[in-house]
Structure formats: structure tokens, C-alpha cells
Design a protein around this ligand. Sequence first.
Ligand code: SF4
Length: 428
Amino acid sequence: MVRPMVTTKHIQPTLVFADEAGNIYDHPDLLMLCRRGHELTLPRPDELMPLPEGSEFFLLPGRGALGFDPESGEVEELDELAVAVFASPAHTLSAFAAYAKRPDAPTLPLFAYGAVGFAEGRFWVCAKKVDQDRRQVFEGIPRERIENGARKLLTDLPGNRLVRHLTGCALTYGCPAAKNLALGRFEAPLPTSRVCNARCVGCISLQPEESGFPSTQNRIAFSPTEKEICEVMLHHQRKEKRPILSFGQGCEGEPLTEAARIGKAVTSFRKAGGRGTVNVNTNASLHAALPGLAEAGVNSIRVTLNSARETPYNIYHRPSGYAFSDVLTSIRTAKGLGLFVSLNLLYFPGLTDCEAEWDALSDLVAETKLDFIQLRNLNLDPELYLGLMKDVDFGPCMGLANFLKRLKKTNPWLGFGYFNPYLDPSQG
Ligand code: SF4
């Protein structure tokens, strides 16, 4: 069914809420509210979009739904529970769900909780599609194709533990990166490191008992050999015309702690005629490792950070044995080596898009001439993050659209997206 084109300027979604059993309802009168940082507000017309396919609904335990009564001009709290959405990949949330947290409310697990409302027969979210790439769209791909691809990998590379690990991830956990490897398309994951020199509050592969919420992925339990890594890389680049091969996955620690092993694997890969973009997703803590990786044949790095300012960075990433200045040195070094440098910016509505953050980020982009910013939603209980940042001054908030517009205006070469781009060698 083709839905009639509805321009968002007419839209005022109503509140969506749920009962304890998880049944979702839209309220007849109360309007949808959303949050940016501590600010409770109606959604801006320019930030509403129809709920993207592949998004998931979350019931928020111990949190009452909040709506706006246009008659009285008051905010109303319902007895029923608040609802949020986890937007599908390639979409960045510009506001998160509005709710009233009750005393017995548990900490929310490691997801991002987008604001959602209902109007014109559909759900609307405060988000922006920041990447047209379809690598994490699996609608229309029968599971059988993934199973066949995994089976073929196991047959082609018997005894390769990395293949056994990744085919398990594809078929058991439904990991999108591992599924793409099984399908022989887009970006192949190359988890390698078991340890990390940071202790990010929202680490998805390792959470201390006392954090109160589980990690969403199991950290890899072995270190693949250079041969195992190189075999997977060569296999993938034979399948995909525009292959991307990425170290630093959600199920591992920090890849730069395995720089020597990665360097040897990439050298063998390139020596064997391996094509494609070889990328390292990293916390950029060990800049001394970069020249060796560049020489081996790595083309790009993606640096994860929640902020371009030292204080909020240290509060969230909790570096151990390195400092924020090392991250900046890594970015400068990588640019000096001719690598393509992306930031994996962990975006939190109402803090990331504030003046103080924008200033620091824009200065970093302008000074280093880094190439690209991937706008990932920070997956953490909003109250927990706001609590961590309570003593940090962020200044006024400008909203995602203005944040991007101003960054682009000030740094015209800068690209934005959600995924690691393929670097076409013919484009120099
Ligand atoms: S850098 Fe990655 S692996 Fe290390 S603590 Fe942070 S999220 Fe976890």
C-alpha cells in the first residue's frame, strides 16, 4: 500500500504509551513529547520522520508516559508506561523518549531510546536518515541464503576459527556484519583483540558485574592468527566488488593492542593481491602503531568518541594507560600518513549538539582535516549519561539539523554518514 505523501509541517503526533503486557496504544488527545538533554519539549517539525523499517519498539519499565495537553498547556503523566524506539541502522536520533522515572525503575540496557508518536495512521520518530547505504538492510533476504553462505565459508576455510566464530554470530545472534560476510557483500568484520585499554561506560562487549546492565555482545574468546585473518579477507574480496574489511568490531576489545598481528595479516593480504578498503575501528589510543599499519596496507581508521573535549571524553571512555591527547595525536598521525579518518561520534541529543561540544568538534575537524563523521546513537540509559555529565557545562543546544548544517558550512569537505565508506582507489 502506498501511503499518501504527508509533509511533516502538518504533523503533531499524539502520545504513544503501553500497558504492562506490552500492548501499545496512541492517546486520543495528548501530544507526543520528546527530550533533548534535560529539555522536555514538543518535537520540531523538521525532526520528525516516519518510523524507519527495521526499527524496534521498547517498553520502558518503571517509567510513566508523558504527554502534552494542548487544551490546558500542561504536561500529563499517565499510569501507563512509556514507549521508545530503537531506530534502524543509518538513522540518528535527534531526541529521546519523554518519561517520568519512578523510584523502582531499573537501569535501561545498552540501547538508544528514541521518541515516538502516532499520526496519520503511522508512527513518527525524531530522527534523521544520515546514510543511504543499504548494508544493514536484510529485508527480502531469505535466511537460507545466509545459511548457505555460512556453510560455504566453513567448507572453503575448514579449521579457520574466525570463520567458525563469525558464522556462529551470523546464524545465532543475527549480527549484521557477520551476516554480510556470509552473504559475501559490503563490509567484513575481523574481530581480533580480546583486551582493551579503555573502560567505556557503555561498552557493548564487556560490562563489569556492578554496572547493573549486561553487555549486548560476548567478547571474542581467542586471538585469530594472521593466516586465519588473511584467509577471511581474501575470501571476502573475491566475493564483493567494493570490499570493506574492518578490524574493531562490537565483539572485541581494542584492535590497536593487536597491531603487530593485524599488520602481518594485512601485509600478507596485500601481497596476495588483496583489494579493497582495509579499515580499523579504534579508540585511537596507540598512535605509535599507525605507521606500521599504514605501511602494511590499512587505508582508513574510524575513531570512536563521545566528545571532542577531554573532560566528557574521560568521564565516558575512562581511558587506562593513555590520554585524550593520544587520541588527538592518532588523528593527526593518521592524516599525516594519508589515511582516511572518520570519527565514530556517539551522538546524545541535547549534549552532543550543544555549543561547547560543537566548538570543540569543529576545531578538531578544521585543525586535522579529518574526512568523515559517522553519527551513531549513544546506546546508554539517558538518565545514567546525564548523571555522569551533570557537572560538565555544555551550553545551549541547537538540534541535530543545525549541528550538521553548521559543521558542514564551517568544514565544507567533511562527509557525514553512518557506515565506513568504501574508498574507491580509482578516485585517488
Ligand atoms: S574501546 Fe570498545 S572494547 Fe574498549 S571499552 Fe570502549 S567500547 Fe569496550
